[in-house]
Design a protein around this ligand. Sequence first.
Ligand code: GAL
Length: 374
Amino acid sequence: MILRLLCTVGLGLIFLAMTQAAGVKKSAFGKTKAGEPVDLYVLTNANGMEVAITNYGGRVVSLKVPDRTGKFADVVLGFDNFDGYLGNDPYFGALVGRYANRIANGRFTLDGHEYHLAQNDGKNSLHGGLKGFDKRVWRAKDASANGVPAIQLAYLSADGEEGYPGTLTVTVTYTLTAKNELRIDYLATTDKPTVLNLSNHSYFNLAGEGHGDILSHLATIYADRFTPVDATLIPTGELASVAGTPLDFRTETAVGAHINADNEQIELGRGYDHNFVLNRTGGGLYMAARIVEPSSGRVMEVLTTQPGLQFYTGNFLDGTIHGKGGKVYGRRSAFCMETQHFPDSPNKPQFPSVVLNPGRRFTSTTVYRFATSN
Ligand code: GAL
């Protein structure tokens, strides 16, 4: 009798421990140069998968995902300590905005007014300018519901900030679902017409961050077309077919198979650094890409409501950054799959519009879903 009671209590405790594992834990992460405190939020789901996010730039700091044997590894590049993000940092894990990717010559015209942005990438404007959303402190709150861990980040971008018109109210919700998905929901409103392109700039290596290059990952990108670029990585405006080019990932292909091909676009991109025009399959979330790391069996699927995907193979990483545990992040040691509107859309009327008007709500969702294969 007593034994049975003890067993029941024991099982109950184990069950409680398992179900209680899911949640959000907040801790201090550091202080900005201006002395603003910054926190780290660790979201854990019922399967033990874990994502750490800071409200500095809404950055994904770590993402622990199981391999085919159940062994967890951190699959995103970044730093152990907050100060790393204040130094030489190529947008590790960041929310990028107001305009993800490039705007040609740091200039665009909206309703007859010409707006001027910081030219922080040669003559172009990159990822929102000198102090984009990646370098702002966001307000954060626990947004968990029904035992599913989530945090909501909010930022109010002043009219004229980094040269962009309109007061922009942005909220981004990160949810770690029980299906091992990191879901990102974006919402924005404005009080004046403006342009907007929001993305997340996580650098993935599914073998684990710091585990060599990503050339043996097998990628599928559901895109028949891409936007070719000029020498400064600004789209020419054309939507070109991927057929017969190194950008054809319609069937599973090793990332390294054609990354050094004798091809103008590959040379201009120094590898892959291109916006793919996703094949939409109706409205809502659709599959953008799937990528498999053969040795660990980790698989990542990218689903989105956005029209484009920037596939960037870490070509600018050059070994000068020492990341977590002092690991050297060399060239092509990670890849990014940034869901987005097309680069330079404010200057390309033929591209899907990025204009947000007062009274309208911008919404978008991207899901990074993790699984394993044999
Ligand atoms: C990517 C972009 C690259 C590079 C990188 C940051 O989004 O496509 O060209 O700028 O960000 O180093």
